[in-house]
Design a protein around this ligand. Structure first.
Ligand SMILES: C[S@@+](CC[C@H](N)C(=O)[O-])C[C@H]1O[C@@H](n2cnc3c(N)ncnc32)[C@H](O)[C@@H]1O
Length: 256
């Protein structure tokens, strides 16, 4: 049987990698890395650097996979994602069959943690469910962008006894934020927070967290949203893409 490890490598700082991740990495014969296009070459480079740093003199092969593009022009989001996952499943199945022999151990280096807005696990599950491949799968957790955001802003994610909600920029404007609520937003292609009534909201925003390009801004949403928009636009033109996460917190109204 083929062994496969999905290794969370942390979201940004190369030092976020855990001892468990390093141990898992060192068992791999093949490292699979996905190339998500020109703009995200930086993430590919970070993964290669992690291998160079932790694999020592061990022999291993690196297999780069060119991730199929999602059709962002499609009007229906759901079907376009299903189609994209299908194409990725076919590609991953073929590459695993071709590049990983029975008895060998392969590893996918997953940005942050494999359980958070990452489809690698879903794709491997689909392959095993279809009995296309017999895989002995292990997941190694990693530090997510959410934990990195909280650490860099030196904040707790939740107010005492209150809940935390995690969502995407696309969905943010459909969410209801009760007093004391904390909402973490990932995958924001625009500035979704601009659509919210800013009166009683605080924001803790971070871009490229844990990297040399890190930018952190916090404050009352109404006061800092313009600055964040500006920084986002500048970062986007400099890097070609933006990688940011933020926490919005609705101030609890005092009952006294
Ligand atoms: C496809 S999701 C992957 C999340 C990842 N699996 C994790 O554990 O954080 C990509 C999104 O994660 C967030 N993200 C990942 N790394 C980040 C970083 N270093 N700084 C800010 N946001 C980051 C951004 O919202 C980005 O759009």
């Amino acid at each position: 049987m083929r062994k496969l490890k999905l290794i969370g490598i942390g979201a940004g700082n190369p030092d976020y990698i855990t001892l468990q991740a390093i141990n898992a990495l060192q068992q791999a014969n093949v490292i699979f890395v996905t190339d998500k296009g020109e703009q995200k070459r930086e993430l590919l480079r970070a993964r290669r650097e992690i291998c160079a740093r932790h694999m020592g003199t061990r022999e291993y092969r690196v297999v780069e996979m060119k991730d199929p593009e999602r059709d962002r022009a499609a009007t229906a989001y759901g079907p376009s994602v299903v189609d994209w996952h299908e194409r990725r499943t076919a590609l991953y199945g073929q590459v695993l069959r071709d590049e990983l022999s029975d008895g060998e151990c392969g590893a996918f280096l997953v940005w942050g943690d494999p359980s958070l807005y990452d489809s690698t696990l879903r794709i491997i599950d689909q392959l095993t469910a279809r009995a296309e491949l017999a895989i002995d799968l292990e997941i190694i957790p990693g530090i997510t962008s959410i934990q990195a955001l909280a650490a860099r802003h030196r904040i707790a994610l939740n107010e005492i006894g209150e809940s935390i909600h995690v969502t995407t920029g696309r969905r943010l404007n459909d969410e209801t934020l009760g007093a004391g609520a904390s909402v973490v937003v990932l995958l924001d292609r625009g500035c979704a927070f601009k659509g919210l009534a800013a009166d009683d909201l605080d924001i803790y925003w971070g871009a490229y967290i844990g990297t040399p390009d890190e930018i952190l801004i916090s404050g009352k949403l109404g006061e800092v949203s313009g600055r964040i928009e500006e920084l986002r636009a500048r970062a986007r033109s400099q890097h070609g893409w933006i990688m940011d996460t933020y926490l919005l917190r609705k101030r609890a109204t005092s009952s006294h």
